[in-house]
Design a protein around this ligand. Structure first.
Ligand code: ZN
Ligand code: ZN
Length: 265
Protein backbone atom coordinates (compact mmCIF):
# COMPACT_ATOMS: atom_id res chain seq x y z
CA UNK A 1 0.00 0.00 0.00
CA UNK A 2 1.37 3.38 -0.94
CA UNK A 3 0.52 6.71 0.53
CA UNK A 4 1.23 10.34 -0.24
CA UNK A 5 2.07 12.76 2.57
CA UNK A 6 2.37 16.51 2.34
CA UNK A 7 5.02 18.52 4.17
CA UNK A 8 3.15 21.49 5.64
CA UNK A 9 6.20 23.78 5.47
CA UNK A 10 7.30 23.59 1.85
CA UNK A 11 4.29 21.78 0.36
CA UNK A 12 6.42 19.00 -1.09
CA UNK A 13 5.12 15.45 -1.21
CA UNK A 14 6.59 12.14 -0.11
CA UNK A 15 5.40 8.89 -1.59
CA UNK A 16 5.65 6.23 1.09
CA UNK A 17 6.13 3.06 -0.86
CA UNK A 18 7.27 -0.49 -0.26
CA UNK A 19 8.12 -0.85 -3.92
CA UNK A 20 11.50 -2.36 -4.65
CA UNK A 21 13.74 -0.32 -6.86
CA UNK A 22 15.05 -1.96 -10.01
CA UNK A 23 13.75 -2.73 -13.45
CA UNK A 24 9.96 -2.38 -13.47
CA UNK A 25 9.55 -4.48 -16.59
CA UNK A 26 11.49 -7.42 -15.15
CA UNK A 27 8.87 -7.66 -12.39
CA UNK A 28 6.54 -10.31 -13.81
CA UNK A 29 3.40 -8.76 -15.26
CA UNK A 30 0.73 -10.17 -17.52
CA UNK A 31 -2.16 -9.33 -19.82
CA UNK A 32 -1.18 -6.43 -22.03
CA UNK A 33 -3.86 -3.74 -22.29
CA UNK A 34 -3.08 -3.25 -25.95
CA UNK A 35 -0.52 -3.92 -28.68
CA UNK A 36 0.74 -1.36 -31.15
CA UNK A 37 2.74 -2.17 -34.29
CA UNK A 38 6.32 -0.96 -34.10
CA UNK A 39 9.22 -1.81 -36.41
CA UNK A 40 8.85 -5.54 -37.13
CA UNK A 41 7.03 -6.38 -33.93
CA UNK A 42 4.68 -4.95 -31.35
CA UNK A 43 4.81 -2.53 -28.48
CA UNK A 44 2.79 -3.80 -25.52
CA UNK A 45 1.14 -1.64 -22.91
CA UNK A 46 0.85 -3.01 -19.35
CA UNK A 47 -1.10 -1.48 -16.52
CA UNK A 48 0.85 -1.56 -13.22
CA UNK A 49 -1.92 -2.92 -11.02
CA UNK A 50 -0.21 -2.30 -7.68
CA UNK A 51 -0.34 1.43 -8.32
CA UNK A 52 -3.51 1.71 -10.36
CA UNK A 53 -6.14 3.37 -8.26
CA UNK A 54 -7.55 6.34 -10.14
CA UNK A 55 -8.17 8.65 -7.25
CA UNK A 56 -11.41 10.13 -6.08
CA UNK A 57 -9.84 11.32 -2.82
CA UNK A 58 -8.54 14.73 -2.00
CA UNK A 59 -5.81 14.79 0.61
CA UNK A 60 -7.55 14.79 3.98
CA UNK A 61 -6.73 16.56 7.26
CA UNK A 62 -6.20 20.25 7.86
CA UNK A 63 -2.48 20.56 8.41
CA UNK A 64 -0.72 17.21 8.08
CA UNK A 65 -2.23 15.74 4.99
CA UNK A 66 -2.12 12.21 3.67
CA UNK A 67 -3.84 10.37 0.90
CA UNK A 68 -3.77 7.04 -0.83
CA UNK A 69 -4.50 8.78 -4.10
CA UNK A 70 -2.30 6.78 -6.39
CA UNK A 71 -3.09 8.03 -9.84
CA UNK A 72 -2.12 5.69 -12.64
CA UNK A 73 0.93 3.89 -13.95
CA UNK A 74 1.61 1.80 -17.03
CA UNK A 75 4.61 0.49 -18.94
CA UNK A 76 4.96 0.91 -22.69
CA UNK A 77 7.29 -1.94 -23.63
CA UNK A 78 9.08 -2.38 -26.96
CA UNK A 79 10.93 -5.56 -26.10
CA UNK A 80 10.71 -8.29 -23.48
CA UNK A 81 14.49 -8.54 -23.08
CA UNK A 82 16.48 -6.78 -20.40
CA UNK A 83 18.79 -4.97 -22.81
CA UNK A 84 18.66 -1.65 -24.53
CA UNK A 85 18.31 -0.88 -28.20
CA UNK A 86 17.20 2.74 -27.82
CA UNK A 87 20.56 4.23 -28.80
CA UNK A 88 20.55 2.22 -32.04
CA UNK A 89 17.12 3.47 -33.12
CA UNK A 90 16.83 5.79 -36.11
CA UNK A 91 15.21 9.22 -35.83
CA UNK A 92 12.16 7.76 -37.61
CA UNK A 93 11.85 5.03 -34.95
CA UNK A 94 12.07 7.50 -32.06
CA UNK A 95 9.65 9.88 -33.80
CA UNK A 96 7.16 7.01 -34.08
CA UNK A 97 7.65 6.11 -30.39
CA UNK A 98 7.03 9.69 -29.28
CA UNK A 99 3.85 9.85 -31.35
CA UNK A 100 2.65 6.54 -29.83
CA UNK A 101 3.18 8.01 -26.34
CA UNK A 102 1.34 11.18 -27.30
CA UNK A 103 -1.58 9.16 -28.68
CA UNK A 104 -1.67 7.00 -25.54
CA UNK A 105 -1.82 10.11 -23.33
CA UNK A 106 -4.69 11.37 -25.45
CA UNK A 107 -6.58 8.15 -24.75
CA UNK A 108 -5.85 8.39 -21.01
CA UNK A 109 -6.92 12.04 -20.88
CA UNK A 110 -10.58 11.01 -21.10
CA UNK A 111 -10.29 9.40 -17.62
CA UNK A 112 -9.30 12.70 -15.96
CA UNK A 113 -6.73 11.03 -13.69
CA UNK A 114 -4.63 14.13 -13.15
CA UNK A 115 -2.57 16.88 -14.78
CA UNK A 116 0.89 15.68 -13.71
CA UNK A 117 2.44 13.45 -16.34
CA UNK A 118 5.86 11.78 -16.34
CA UNK A 119 6.94 9.33 -19.04
CA UNK A 120 10.50 8.23 -18.41
CA UNK A 121 12.97 6.11 -20.29
CA UNK A 122 16.31 4.95 -18.93
CA UNK A 123 18.36 4.67 -22.10
CA UNK A 124 20.67 1.91 -20.84
CA UNK A 125 18.06 -0.40 -19.32
CA UNK A 126 15.08 -2.41 -20.48
CA UNK A 127 13.28 -1.11 -23.58
CA UNK A 128 10.26 0.48 -21.94
CA UNK A 129 8.72 3.79 -20.96
CA UNK A 130 7.35 4.18 -17.43
CA UNK A 131 4.22 6.33 -17.62
CA UNK A 132 2.82 7.90 -14.46
CA UNK A 133 -0.15 10.27 -14.15
CA UNK A 134 -0.91 11.82 -10.77
CA UNK A 135 -3.53 14.23 -9.41
CA UNK A 136 -0.87 15.84 -7.19
CA UNK A 137 0.90 18.18 -6.74
CA UNK A 138 -1.85 20.69 -7.49
CA UNK A 139 -0.51 23.25 -9.93
CA UNK A 140 -1.17 26.93 -10.32
CA UNK A 141 -1.88 27.20 -14.04
CA UNK A 142 -2.43 30.94 -14.42
CA UNK A 143 0.75 31.41 -16.45
CA UNK A 144 2.74 28.74 -18.28
CA UNK A 145 5.99 28.29 -16.32
CA UNK A 146 7.67 26.78 -19.40
CA UNK A 147 6.85 29.72 -21.72
CA UNK A 148 7.84 32.19 -18.98
CA UNK A 149 11.14 30.38 -18.39
CA UNK A 150 12.01 30.47 -22.10
CA UNK A 151 12.09 34.28 -21.98
CA UNK A 152 15.11 34.09 -19.69
CA UNK A 153 17.14 31.19 -21.13
CA UNK A 154 19.82 33.53 -22.56
CA UNK A 155 23.31 32.06 -22.25
CA UNK A 156 22.02 28.75 -20.87
CA UNK A 157 20.80 27.63 -24.30
CA UNK A 158 23.00 24.95 -25.90
CA UNK A 159 21.12 23.99 -29.07
CA UNK A 160 18.15 25.13 -31.09
CA UNK A 161 16.02 24.26 -34.11
CA UNK A 162 13.06 26.12 -35.56
CA UNK A 163 10.72 24.31 -33.14
CA UNK A 164 12.81 23.14 -30.20
CA UNK A 165 15.27 24.57 -27.69
CA UNK A 166 17.76 22.67 -25.53
CA UNK A 167 19.11 24.41 -22.46
CA UNK A 168 20.48 24.05 -18.96
CA UNK A 169 17.68 25.01 -16.55
CA UNK A 170 18.01 28.03 -14.25
CA UNK A 171 17.75 25.76 -11.22
CA UNK A 172 18.37 22.20 -12.43
CA UNK A 173 17.04 19.17 -10.62
CA UNK A 174 19.46 16.73 -9.02
CA UNK A 175 21.54 15.15 -11.83
CA UNK A 176 19.71 17.09 -14.54
CA UNK A 177 21.96 17.81 -17.52
CA UNK A 178 19.62 19.45 -19.99
CA UNK A 179 16.04 20.29 -20.73
CA UNK A 180 14.37 20.07 -24.12
CA UNK A 181 11.18 21.94 -24.87
CA UNK A 182 9.10 23.34 -27.70
CA UNK A 183 9.51 27.05 -28.40
CA UNK A 184 5.78 27.32 -29.09
CA UNK A 185 3.36 26.40 -26.27
CA UNK A 186 2.58 22.74 -27.04
CA UNK A 187 1.08 19.98 -24.94
CA UNK A 188 2.37 16.41 -25.22
CA UNK A 189 -1.10 15.37 -26.39
CA UNK A 190 -0.83 17.66 -29.45
CA UNK A 191 2.67 16.53 -30.46
CA UNK A 192 3.01 16.35 -34.26
CA UNK A 193 5.48 14.52 -36.49
CA UNK A 194 7.56 17.64 -37.18
CA UNK A 195 8.28 18.34 -33.51
CA UNK A 196 8.64 14.62 -32.73
CA UNK A 197 11.26 14.31 -35.50
CA UNK A 198 13.24 17.29 -34.13
CA UNK A 199 13.18 15.79 -30.64
CA UNK A 200 14.24 12.38 -31.97
CA UNK A 201 17.27 13.93 -33.67
CA UNK A 202 18.22 15.84 -30.54
CA UNK A 203 17.95 12.67 -28.42
CA UNK A 204 20.27 10.87 -30.86
CA UNK A 205 22.70 13.79 -30.75
CA UNK A 206 22.74 13.82 -26.93
CA UNK A 207 23.29 10.04 -26.73
CA UNK A 208 26.06 10.24 -29.35
CA UNK A 209 27.90 13.32 -28.13
CA UNK A 210 27.22 13.68 -24.40
CA UNK A 211 26.47 10.37 -22.71
CA UNK A 212 24.41 7.21 -22.97
CA UNK A 213 23.99 6.89 -19.19
CA UNK A 214 20.85 9.00 -19.08
CA UNK A 215 17.12 9.01 -18.52
CA UNK A 216 14.84 10.98 -20.80
CA UNK A 217 11.80 12.11 -18.86
CA UNK A 218 8.87 13.63 -20.73
CA UNK A 219 7.14 15.76 -18.16
CA UNK A 220 4.04 17.91 -18.12
CA UNK A 221 2.46 19.60 -15.12
CA UNK A 222 -0.53 21.87 -14.91
CA UNK A 223 0.18 24.32 -17.67
CA UNK A 224 -0.08 21.79 -20.54
CA UNK A 225 3.34 22.53 -22.02
CA UNK A 226 5.65 19.53 -22.05
CA UNK A 227 9.36 19.45 -21.32
CA UNK A 228 11.91 16.65 -21.55
CA UNK A 229 14.36 16.43 -18.70
CA UNK A 230 17.68 14.78 -19.49
CA UNK A 231 18.89 13.22 -16.24
CA UNK A 232 22.32 11.63 -15.67
CA UNK A 233 21.93 7.97 -14.73
CA UNK A 234 18.71 6.16 -13.87
CA UNK A 235 15.83 8.21 -12.53
CA UNK A 236 12.48 7.45 -10.88
CA UNK A 237 9.45 8.92 -12.75
CA UNK A 238 8.07 10.00 -9.37
CA UNK A 239 11.16 12.22 -8.88
CA UNK A 240 10.37 14.15 -12.05
CA UNK A 241 7.11 15.27 -10.46
CA UNK A 242 8.97 16.64 -7.44
CA UNK A 243 7.90 13.81 -5.13
CA UNK A 244 10.38 11.99 -2.87
CA UNK A 245 9.98 8.23 -2.55
CA UNK A 246 10.42 6.96 1.02
CA UNK A 247 10.65 3.21 1.58
CA UNK A 248 9.31 3.01 5.16
CA UNK A 249 6.25 4.12 7.08
CA UNK A 250 7.07 6.75 9.74
CA UNK A 251 4.77 4.98 12.26
CA UNK A 252 6.62 1.64 11.80
CA UNK A 253 9.94 3.40 12.12
CA UNK A 254 8.80 5.14 15.34
CA UNK A 255 7.74 1.78 16.78
CA UNK A 256 11.12 0.17 16.07
CA UNK A 257 13.19 3.08 17.35
CA UNK A 258 10.83 3.63 20.31
CA UNK A 259 11.20 0.01 21.44
CA UNK A 260 15.00 0.32 21.48
CA UNK A 261 14.95 3.66 23.29
CA UNK A 262 12.58 2.38 26.00
CA UNK A 263 13.86 -1.15 26.60
CA UNK A 264 15.31 -0.18 30.00
CA UNK A 265 18.92 -1.30 29.39
ZN1 ZN B 1 14.42 -5.41 -17.22
ZN1 ZN C 1 3.83 27.25 -22.52
Amino acid sequence: MEEFRLDPIDFTFDLISSEKTGCRECIPIENALKSIEFKKGYIRVYEMKDRVQPSRYQLDGKFFKRSNAHGYEELIVESENHSSTFSSYTADDIEKLLLIISERLNELKTYEIGKNISVSRYVNGHDYWDLVILPIPMQNTQKCHVCEGLNYVGNREVYKTENITVYVPFSPKKNELLRITTIKHTSIEELDNIIAFDIANIMIKIMGKITKEITFDIKQSGSDHFEIEVIAGESDPIDALGITRINYFPEDSAKKIGEKMNDGK
